[in-house]
Structure formats: structure tokens, C-alpha cells
Design a protein around this ligand. Structure first.
Ligand code: MF3
Ligand code: CO
Length: 256
């Protein structure tokens, strides 16, 4: 159950969200041609130590049946999709799209966010792909309010993305968050506006724009790692959001 957060819990998540936002901004600035993506992982582990935060993905075993996730960051490049590992020796190349997705636990509460950024000279179609996904995230977040159904978020997300001629993943979704990284409700990237559970003030949710250039089918490279079956690009933007009486507050404090 996604518990309604207390005032104190919300305050802690705000502080966690500020910390995570600062971390991701710093990591994004490092994403230049020639960077070994393992340096992002090393930097993130240092950032966590400095901020008294736990890298929550590292060692995470989804529902106990997945092998422990090996790293603090999920890093995907180009056709790689969700939950890929940063690999030592993989260097960023001109025109790559890199996604960093991560969760920190701060004083017992989780916050989760993700960005994609282009490296060097990015093609106009990749620029459009990122723009579509950012707009899809922000416009679907804009649906959030006490009493609204989750389907309104999902429906808006899909609508914006398809207007650009791109598509959304079907096999992964956003989620509630709090003491648990993955909590009720599930927030798909597509669906009917009149479907799904109702949002309530004080819930904290992660809205994830999981957007693909081509067909949404994914292949598994390992228990965790995925890639787009058609080898076209994948991008992701994610925020942790607090539901309020009149709307929402973005908890993960950075600009996607
Ligand atoms: N935003 C990702 C998700 O909700 C974060 C995954 S962390 C991992 O799935 F440990 F599950 F990889
Ligand atoms: Co998430």
C-alpha cells in the first residue's frame, strides 16, 4: 500500500529529492564524448557517501526473486532499455544518447528519478525523441491531483508521445514510492483516462516516461538488462511527485 505520507515524511522526501536532483545534474554534466560510463557509477557512490544517502538500486532484489542489482545506477546507451548496468570501459561516443536512472534512500524514504542526455552532436530525430519524452513527462505530471485516476496520467503520456510518432514501453511502468522503492499504484505509460485507481493527497508516485523511437518490444539481455528488439533508441525521464489537494509538487528537484 502507498501510505499517505505524514508532514515529516514529506519533508524528508523533499530533502532527498533535492539531494538526488543535485546528483543527477552533476552526473549529466559529466556525459561528454570519451567519458567511461563507469566513472558515473563511481561518482554516484561518492555523492551518496557525501550526502548520507543509500544507493538503493545496488543490491536490490525485486520481490526477492531477482538477482541483486549490481550497481547504484541504471545506465543505458542508445538501444539499451531499462535496468542496464554501467560497464567499465564503455566510452561515450559522438551522437550517443545516455540514460541514467537511479533511486536513493534518504532517512528511510526513497526518491527515484531519471534523465536522458545527448552526447556531442545529436541527430535532429534524436533531439525530437528527447523532446517528446520530456513533454510527455511534464504534461502527464500536470494531470496529477487529488481524486484523479491514474489512467489520466497514462493516457496523456501516450498521447503526447504518439503525436511525435514515437511509442512507449508496455512491459515497465511508473509506480508509487516511499519506504519501498516500488509501491502501489502502478503507473503505465499508456491506457484509458477513465481507468485505474484514484490518486490521493499525500501519495508519492514516480512517473516514468519510457519512450522508444521504434516498436516497444524489448529483449532481455540478462534477468535485469533489456534492449529494444528493433535496436532503435530508448529514452527515459522520471520524477518523484507528491499528490496534493490542488495538484502536485515535483519532489526530485532538477530540470529534465
Ligand atoms: N526507476 C527504476 C525503476 O523504478 C529504478 C530501478 S532501480 C533497480 O524500475 F534497482 F530496480 F534497478
Ligand atoms: Co522508477
Amino acid at each position: 500500500m502507498n501510505t499517505i505520507k505524514t508532514r515529516e515524511e514529506i519533508e524528508i522526501m523533499r530533502r532527498g529529492g533535492k539531494i538526488l536532483g543535485g546528483m543527477l545534474t552533476e552526473l549529466r554534466d559529466m556525459c561528454k564524448i570519451g567519458l567511461d560510463i563507469w566513472e558515473l557509477e563511481e561518482k554516484f557512490i561518492q555523492q551518496c557517501k557525501k550526502s548520507d544517502a543509500i544507493p538503493a538500486c545496488k543490491g536490490y532484489t525485486s520481490m526477492g526473486f531477482m538477482p541483486p542489482f549490481p550497481t547504484g545506477l541504471c545506465i543505458s546507451v542508445n538501444e539499451q532499455s531499462v535496468h542496464c548496468f554501467p560497464i567499465k570501459g564503455r566510452k561515450l561516443k559522438d551522437g550517443d544518447l545516455i540514460t541514467a536512472d537511479t533511486v536513493i534512500t534518504y532517512k528511510g524514504l526513497n526518491v527515484d528519478a531519471a534523465f536522458t542526455v545527448g552526447v556531442g552532436k545529436v541527430s535532429s530525430s534524436d533531439t525530437r525523441l528527447m523532446k517528446a519524452a520530456k513533454r510527455a513527462l511534464l504534461e502527464s505530471i500536470d494531470q496529477v491531483k487529488n481524486g484523479v485516476r491514474v489512467g489520466k496520467i497514462s493516457n496523456k503520456m501516450h498521447k503526447v508521445v504518439t503525436e511525435y510518432g514515437f511509442d512507449v514501453l508496455r512491459d515497465y511502468a511508473g509506480h508509487g514510492i516511499g519506504k519501498e522503492m516500488h509501491d502501489f499504484p502502478e503507473i503505465p505509460c499508456y491506457g484509458n483516462a477513465s481507468d485505474g485507481p484514484f490518486l490521493k493527497s499525500g501519495m508519492t508516485i514516480c512517473i516514468e516516461a519510457l519512450v522508444c523511437e521504434g516498436k516497444p518490444k524489448i529483449n532481455y539481455k540478462s534477468e535485469w538488462e533489456t534492449e529494444m528488439a528493433d535496436k532503435k533508441n530508448f529514452v527515459q525521464y522520471e520524477h518523484t511527485v507528491l499528490v496534493t489537494d490542488n495538484g502536485y509538487e515535483i519532489i526530485t528537484d532538477f530540470e529534465v
